[in-house]
Ligand binder design. Structure first.
Ligand SMILES: Nc1ncnc2c1ncn2[C@@H]1O[C@H](COP(=O)(O)OP(=O)(O)OP(=O)(O)O)[C@@H](O)[C@H]1O
Length: 615
């Protein structure tokens, strides 16, 4: 029928009058798609073969529980053969199941029955074409014992042949899959490589799997074994972690969660990890390794553990390298999170020393957890370390000494005010590190009656004593010189009396001042257009302050120096010292001033030497 005859009035019935066509599959294209976009590496071909063998044995055992359950793999460097004692196939099944992409026998039947199998998508066998030129399957059905053995030979170009064989050629039920390496893929067929892959993927499978004569299976994971006692159990779990994950854990948290079909261990990492680094967990599905990079298994906050576990509840994605995000995975994640939480609570009551060792490494993770879980906050807050004006302490230590806990929001502010605040008897927590300010603010929830107050430069200045009016009057000429010197740096100078007397000066500015200074700096470096825009944003924010300590002997001497030059240089030096004390980054103007001031002070301190050198 020509295109011109497709009239607008044509009915659906008339359109479907053409005989239906069947999709054609470009097998090469499909295999390229799988190898480049679905599977992370060709190594998965061993897993797909193992999985089909294991599923076939499971299907046969469902019919005959006493049937043998063995899978043998042989590799020669150019060919691989996998033989199983499974359910086998008849000739019609070969056409229906092996030769039909996307068709799987494992999706039929009840959901419960489907749960028994590892496969479900009907594409696994295609993975073999990533490394093989041809796939030859010889099979004999256990379900239909009268059916003759059958041979199916498939090529990478998409063609296949089927023929029945004499019973003598395959007398026992089961299947043998024979791959011939594709040119360039021979290294995937080396005996040692195949043995390594089969062990990695299949060590926990519940059947007898061998590569050549070497057993791959048979060693049960330590969480399934009886041990002489808790110490022996913990040593066995730890050794398994070293073997499979390559580190000795700080602790092992057993996971035995029958409700979500999980057994295994969460291992606590021995070193610090970034919270942004999502853990790679080693997940087995009914014994078969799915992936050692599962990322979504635990809640984000649990970044300090790596799991090795076996599940029969979770579903893999089609690549079988990640977990399918569904309600079951969400429930598993919650259950695993609860388990890690329980372990923490238990440590807090039974092994404080172990908890301290754990927190020394992972306090960041626990802080993150405490912030979105009130139970953890209540259990853990008393144990968490914070930087405070009295050294590293827990909040409980601080609360024992002070009814009011102050905190700064930034590390900068803490550096500026902690020494002064501590000398005034105030307790200050550095809230500048991740999570810390929010946790300190949550303290009254856990310790009712404790007041928490934010501290910034203006609060500290307000706490400092004024100098008596007569002394302040006498200081007026000195202050005028000092202010004139620091005016170009947008800094005021005031004198107060405060402890510790050993501290000559503090440089204080609040956030709006710092913000204004950053804006001014950007304006000075910007081109005309930007300078104009930034200039229009200029703020009337309070300026930074250099607070000189009238109790400090050096400040008193500087205030009494003769002549504005020497006074000015000394004030600049005090300014530089205060910046360094607060570990403030020096702007170019500050840097220049500090260099000049120290240079001049040195010249004053070494007059004779300088004169001799000048001569
Ligand atoms: N060794 C075997 N013994 C018996 N039947 C097999 C064997 N290998 C494959 N089959 C049959 O061929 C079908 C297709 O296999 P294939 O590996 O492509 O997909 P699958 O295992 O069903 O699913 P998945 O893509 O998730 O692995 C299987 O469902 C099974 O019925």
């Amino acid at each position: 029928m020509g295109a011109a005859s497709i009239a607008p009035t044509m009915t659906t019935h008339e359109i479907s009058a053409d005989p239906p066509h069947t999709f054609q599959v470009d097998l090469r294209g499909l295999v390229d798609l799988l190898s480049q976009h679905l599977y992370a590496s060709p190594r998965v071909y061993v897993r797909e073969l193992l999985q089909n063998g294991v599923d076939a044995v499971t299907a046969r055992r469902a019919l005959d529980p006493g049937a043998p359950g063995a899978v043998r793999i042989e590799a020669t460097g150019t060919a691989v053969r996998v033989t199983d004692t499974g359910i086998g196939l008849t000739e019609p099944e070969v056409h229906q199941l092996l030769a039909t992409i996307g068709r799987s026998s494992k999706r039929d039947g009840l959901a419960e029955a489907r749960k028994e199998f590892l496969g479900q998508f009907g594409i696994g066998l295609l993975a073999c074409f990533v490394v093989a030129e041809t796939i030859r399957v010889v099979s004999r059905s256990a379900r239909t014992p009268d059916a003759p053995p059958v041979e199916w030979v498939a090529r990478g170009d998409g063609s296949y042949t089927v023929r029945t064989l004499d019973v003598a050629e395959h007398p026992e039920p089961g299947t043998s899959v024979h791959l011939v390496a594709r040119h360039g893929s021979e290294h995937w067929f080396e005996a040692a490589t195949v043995a390594e892959l089969a062990t990695d993927f299949g060590a926990l499978l519940p059947y007898d799997v061998r590569v050549g004569d070497e057993p791959v299976t048979g060693r049960r994971p330590p969480w399934e074994l009886e041990h002489a006692g808790p110490t022996a159990r913990s040593a066995a779990l730890s050794a398994y972690c070293q073997d499979t994950l390559g580190f000795t854990p700080l602790d092992s948290i057993e996971l035995d969660l029958p409700l979500v079909g999980i057994r295994g261990v969460a291992y606590v990492l021995p070193g610090v990890v970034s919270p942004a680094q999502r853990g790679g967990h080693r997940v087995h599905l009914k014994g078969m390794l799915l992936t050692d990079r599962a990322e979504t298994l635990l809640p984000d906050w649990a970044f300090f553990v790596r799991c090795v576990l076996d599940t029969d509840a979770l579903r893999p994605t089609a690549s079988r390298e990640q977990l399918y995000e569904d309600e079951t995975l969400a429930a598993v994640r919650d259950a695993l999170g609860d388990r890690v939480r329980e372990w923490l609570a238990q440590l807090a009551t039974t092994s404080p020393e172990r908890l301290r060792r754990f927190l020394a490494v992972h306090h960041l993770g626990v802080k993150a957890l405490a912030l979105h879980d009130e139970d953890v906050l209540r259990t853990m807050l008393p144990w968490l370390p914070f930087e405070t004006s009295e050294g590293e302490l827990t909040l409980d230590d601080l609360v024992r000494r002070h009814r009011t806990v102050h905190f700064t929001r930034t590390v900068d502010e803490f550096r500026q005010v902690s020494a002064v605040a501590a000398a005034q008897g105030m307790a200050v927590v550095n809230g500048g590190y991740t999570y810390d300010a929010a946790l300190v603010e949550a303290l009254p929830l856990v310790r009712p009656g404790v007041a928490v107050e934010e501290l910034d430069a203006s609060v500290v200045t307000a706490h400092l004593d004024h100098v008596d009016p007569a002394a302040e009057l006498a200081l007026a000429p000195f202050l005028a010189t000092a202010r004139a010197r620091l005016d170009p740096l947008d800094c005021d100078v005031v004198v107060r009396a405060f402890q510790p007397a050993s501290l000559a000066a503090v440089h204080l500015d609040d956030r709006s001042t710092r913000h204004e200074r950053a804006r001014a700096e950007a304006e000075s470096e910007a081109d005309d257009l930007w300078a104009g825009i930034l200039g229009s944003l200029r703020d009337e924010a309070p300026r930074a302050r250099l607070v000189l300590n009238h109790l400090n002997p050096l400040v008193r001497r500087v205030a009494g120096l003769p002549g504005p030059d020497l006074t000015g240089v000394a004030v600049e030096a005090l300014y530089g010292q205060a910046l360094l004390q607060a570990r403030r980054p020096l702007r170019p103007a500050d840097q220049a001033l500090v260099n000049r001031a120290f240079g001049e002070l040195l010249a004053w301190a070494t007059p004779r030497l300088t004169q001799e050198n000048d001569r």
